[in-house]
Design a binder for this molecule. Sequence first.
Ligand code: PEP
Ligand code: MN
Length: 285
Amino acid sequence: MENGACKIPINVNFHVPEKVSRKTGQDSTKVNVGQVEIGGSRIVVIAGPCAVESREQLFETARSVKDGGAQILRGGAFKPRSSPYKFQGMGEEGLNLLREVRNETGLPFVTEVMDTRQVELVAEYADMLQIGSRNMQNYPLLKEAGMCRKPVLLKRGMMATIEEFLLAAEYILNQGNDQVVLCERGIRTFETSTRNTLDLSAVPMLKSLTHLPVFIDPSHGTGLRWMVPAMAKAAVAVGADGLMMEVHYKPEEALCDGYQSLDQPEFHQLMIDLGKVAQAVGRSI
Ligand code: PEP
Ligand code: MN
C-alpha cells in the first residue's frame, strides 16, 4: 500500500481517464512547488488567508504560518465571490505582495486564477496556480493552465463526481502538464449544518484511481473554524498528501471567510497535533 492506495483492483462504474489513471504498480506523481515536494511521505501544509487584504495582514499571517510549519503560503488575489458586491480581491497588487512576502519568508505560494486571460499574469508571479471549485469545469481555463507549465492545485467542483474531477484533471495533463494536485474541498449535499459536506472518502478513492497527490481543504469543507482541526486530523488519517487551510491573523476582521479561518495559536496547536497523527500513519509533516 503506497500512501493510501488500495492494492486490490477496485471497480468503479466509469472509465478512469488514461493520463490520470494509476497503472498497476505505478508510483505516485511528485509535484514540485518551489523547493517543496508534494506526494512523498511528508505531508505538506498550505496555509494562509483566504484573500490577500493588506501588507500587514499578509506578512503577519505568512510569518506565523511559516513558524507553525506550513511549507506553502496561500492567498487569493482574484477572488470568486458569490456576491458581486463583496470584496473581489486586490488583483495584481495582491500578487506583488505575495511575491514580496515570498522573498522575505522563502515560502512559495499558490493563488487562484479565475479566467484564461489571467493565466499569463498569475503564472508570472505564482509558484502554483489554483483552479477553484467554481471553475473545475471551465475547460478553456484547464487547457490554458495545462499549457503554462506551472503546478496546478485543482479543487473539486462543489457538484462534481469523482469521475468529473478526474476528467477535469485529465484536461490539464493532456496539455503535457502532469504537475497537478487534486483538492477535495467539500461537496453540496442536503446537509446545511456545515457549509459543505467534506467527502473524506474521496481520498482513498482518488489515491487508488490516480497517481496524482490528493489534498483536503477542511476550511471550505466545513465552513466552521472550530471543526477544522478535527477534519484536518481525519484527513491525515485517511491518507491525504496534504492540507490547505485558511489562517488569518485576525479572523474576526477578515474580509473573506473569517468564520472558517483559524487564528495563529489554533494553527500552531493543530500542526503539533497533526504531527502525532502523521506519525501514527507512518508519515511526517
Ligand atoms: C479558496 O480556496 O479560496 C476558494 C475560493 O475555494 P473553493 O474554490 O474551494 O471554494
Ligand atoms: Mn476562502
